[in-house]
Design a protein around this ligand. Structure first.
Ligand SMILES: Cc1cc2nc3c(=O)[nH]c(=O)nc-3n(C[C@H](O)[C@H](O)[C@H](O)COP(=O)(O)OP(=O)(O)OC[C@H]3O[C@@H](n4cnc5c(N)ncnc54)[C@H](O)[C@@H]3O)c2cc1C
Length: 398
């Protein structure tokens, strides 16, 4: 039987496995390898940081994959021509699906890697929450008299994070008997507005809402350097120092470092360019890529209409996984003209804490307020139900 190896238990590969027709298990053996025993719902990691949720974003991989699929816990180090090197073992494959997700991109800004916290996986999210808690205790013990939490990046994840912190920190402060008035929250963005993917109307509405909640928003503010206790920025042409207790970097992501550590792939920003069949293109070793698919944030797919790469999102990762599940049997049979992948954007929503959201539904419809938040929650819950059936809804809010 053919050996199909899947790397990473994220949105792309789990959407693939949970959409496979049963008949495929007579044709191939499927093995999924992931560093983490649990799949984490990445689009909710900001809520793990703020304490709005915790373990409800985790799903044991072994519980959500079909029983015919083998799960191995290992950290992948390198992908080679016919095998994959893990920390524990080397794995052979006939067909490979790479779905290792993203890493933080510091753009080589000095001090970001050393002093800023990144938000890439569940462990990092819970470490940041612990870091914030420790800082709050220094306020309680009188070791510090004020705290400043700085979120760098006013894109989707930065804004969702700062909004969730603005909602949750007052509650945590009350529990710990810490004065919330002595805490400042800032979001730093290099562009002229936060959420630059939305219209001015939506991004201004989000900014105003956050400012009313006490969040300082610094736009046209470029991070030049991060230090242990501060961030150095260029703010409209002048160099400024912002004192900071905790700095969280959400301003850039790139593909997984396994891609850049694998000379087998030709890549840019740790992402492999792929065609509409999700297979690598423009590769030095193109001949050896026939049985390789790259999905989710590790793949760079061009929008045929604009010629630009689609931004990496869970939405496209899931659609790619579901597409591949439909065509993998054709691929096994060596059919060349399998249906190409077409991305259907269902929109993009940004939560602004527990009571508000802004975004686009479909390709143009702007939406904000509680209705937008309800749609966002419906999207999150759809994934839970895909993974666990209706059982996925139990305990989804904690
Ligand atoms: C705070 C935040 C909010 C977001 N909000 C949204 C949103 O609202 N909508 C949206 O569409 N997208 C959103 N995103 C982006 C989205 O999370 C990613 O695009 C998506 O997770 C990519 O899916 P993936 O399948 O490529 O990989 P992931 O889901 O990231 O999964 C990667 C998998 O690979 C495993 N892995 C990683 N390295 C190794 C290794 N070396 N060895 C073995 N296993 C490894 C991991 O354990 C994990 O199982 C958000 C991201 C963040 C951080």
């Amino acid at each position: 039987m053919k050996k199909v190896l899947l790397l990473g238990a994220g949105y792309a590969n789990l959407a693939f496995l949970t959409s496979l027709p049963k008949s495929v298990f007579n044709e191939a053996e499927f093995t999924i390898i992931s560093r983490d025993k649990e799949h984490y719902h990445s689009i909710l990691l900001h809520e793990v940081v703020s304490g709005a949720r915790d373990k409800s974003v985790l799903f044991p991989v072994a519980d959500v994959i079909p029983s015919q699929v083998k799960f191995i816990e290992d950290t992948i180090v390198e992908i080679q021509k016919n095998c994959v090197v893990g920390e524990n073992e080397t794995y052979l494959f006939d067909t490979l699906l790479v779905g290792l997700g993203f890493q933080s991109d510091s753009f080589n800004i000095p001090g970001i890697r050393e002093y800023a916290r990144s938000l890439v996986n569940y462990q990092e999210a819970s470490d940041i929450r612990e870091n914030i808690r420790k800082e709050l205790l220094t306020l309680k013990n009188g070791e510090k008299d004020s705290l400043h939490f700085v979120v760098c990046g006013g894109g989707l994840s930065g804004v969702e994070l700062v909004s969730s912190l603005a909602d949750q920190l007052p509650k945590i402060c009350r529990q710990l008997s810490v004065p919330y008035e002595n805490i400042k929250l800032t979001c730093v963005e290099a562009m002229s507005s936060i959420l630059p993917m939305f219209s001015r109307r939506l991004s201004s509405s989000a900014a105003l809402y956050l400012q009313k909640k006490g969040v300082e928003i610094l736009t046209n503010c470029k991070v030049l350097e991060c230090r242990q206790d501060s961030v150095i920025v260029d703010r409209a042409g002048s160099r400024e120092k912002i004192d900071a207790s905790v700095v969280i970097w959400t301003a850039g992501v790139k593909g997984n470092k396994v891609i850049e550590n694998s000379p087998f792939f030709t890549s840019a920003r740790s992402r492999v360019e792929i065609n509409e069949y999700l297979q690598p293109i423009n590769q030095e070793h193109q001949e050896d890529m026939k049985n390789i698919f790259v999905l989710g944030d590790c793949g760079a797919l061009k929008n045929p209409q604009t010629g630009k790469f689609y931004p990496p999102t869970a939405q496209i990762a899931m659609q790619q996984g579901m597409y591949l599940a439909k065509v993998i049997q054709d691929h096994f049979k060596g059919k060349f003209h399998i249906k190409p992948f077409k991305y259907h954007s269902q929109g993009c929503l940004c939560s602004l804490g527990e009571k508000n959201a802004v975004g686009l539904v479909g390709s143009t419809g702007e939406i904000k307020g509680r209705v937008a938040l309800c749609i966002k929650h419906a999207v999150e819950n759809k994934w839970r139900v895909k993974l666990k059936g209706l059982r996925g809804m139990i305990g989804s809010a904690s």
